[in-house]
Design a protein around this ligand. Structure first.
Ligand SMILES: NC(=O)c1ccc[n+]([C@@H]2O[C@H](COP(=O)([O-])OP(=O)(O)OC[C@H]3O[C@@H](n4cnc5c(N)ncnc54)[C@H](OP(=O)(O)O)[C@@H]3O)[C@@H](O)[C@H]2O)c1
Length: 259
């Protein structure tokens, strides 16, 4: 029987590329995002190319009660999630004390509350069935403090820490949990987060979202705990373990400050 993959944020960037990677291998998909037109375009393209079933669920996950509403909708439609890709996320670049409080709240809800509650509910369903795979999209940012994106880096530290813990806790239930930790990747996130203003990415060639998705898929299938695409990102995640966190914060500030 064909397996089903639930992907939050499956309409763009890394999530959309992951949808393509799973579709190519014959999985059916459930894609969640806010923009109905983009969801429809991804569904039409993947259905036509691979003949799979793609269900779209337009939903603003940052709204209170949205994770529960998503799980209810899946139950009503009789969808059993074999693979869960916890990917939807937003970023905010700039001075923390000048950040728009509403945007900050939406970011914490989308990047922390939503993946936590969905992992809780869908993880429990998988554990009951004794099988399942979860891919949590964290970030290289999760390994370090990140001045100029302080809130965002902290949200990704939450996702990384939770994933590593759950990979141990859920293993006896037959559920694998993988944290995907990409460095700066060429997606609409660069513009929407304001990160394109940062020295870190301005004028640099960024990693491709397709490569990130393929790396994430392979790591998930192998049941790896943490997946870091690219030699440079791997070297950074490894190297900073040997530096005091205060140095790392200052180095990131210098690397990532405004142009
Ligand atoms: N790009 C990078 O450099 C990078 C690096 C490391 C990690 N990441 C992480 O990778 C993940 C995907 O980001 P991306 O770079 O692919 O960015 P993206 O192209 O902007 O995609 C974000 C996806 O999340 C959805 N989304 C955002 N807010 C949502 C909400 N409130 N409710 C439902 N869906 C929502 C978006 O769709 P709608 O706008 O239609 O809702 C879109 O499908 C994020 O968790 C991000 O933190 C990105």
């Amino acid at each position: 029987m064909q397996e089903t993959v639930l992907i939050t944020g499956g309409s763009s960037g890394i999530g959309m590329e992951l949808a393509g990677v799973f579709a190519k291998r014959g999985y059916n998909l459930v894609l969640v995002a806010r923009n109905v037109d983009r969801l429809g375009a991804v569904r039409d393209a993947l259905t036509a190319a691979y003949g799979i079933v793609v269900t779209v669920l337009p939903l603003d996950l940052a709204m209170p009660g949205a994770p529960e509403a998503l799980v209810d909708a899946l139950r009503e439609q009789g969808v059993v999630v074999d693979v869960f890709v916890n990917n939807a996320g937003i970023g905010m670049y700039g001075s923390f004390i000048d950040a728009d409080p509403e945007k900050l709240r939406a970011m914490v809800r989308t990047n922390v509350m939503v993946p936590t509650m969905l992992a809780r509910m869908i993880g429990a369903q998988m554990a009951d069935r004794g099988r399942g795979k979860v891919l949590n999209v964290a970030s290289l940012a999760g390994f370090m403090p990140g001045p100029w994106m302080a809130g965002y880096y902290a949200t990704k530290a939450h996702v990384l820490s939770m994933s590593e813990a759950l990979s141990v806790e859920l293993a006896p239930h037959g559920v694998t949990v993988t944290a995907l930790c990409p460095g700066p990747t060429a997606t609409p996130f660069m513009k929407s987060s304001g990160m394109e203003r940062s020295k870190l990415v301005a004028g640099r060639k960024l990693y491709s979202a397709k490569k990130v998705a393929e790396h994430g898929y392979r790591a998930l299938m192998r049941g790896k705990r943490v997946a870091i695409p690219g030699v440079r990102a791997k070297a950074i995640a490894f190297g900073i373990r040997f530096l005091p966190r205060s140095w790392v914060a200052r180095l990131v500030s210098r690397a990532q400050g405004p142009r």
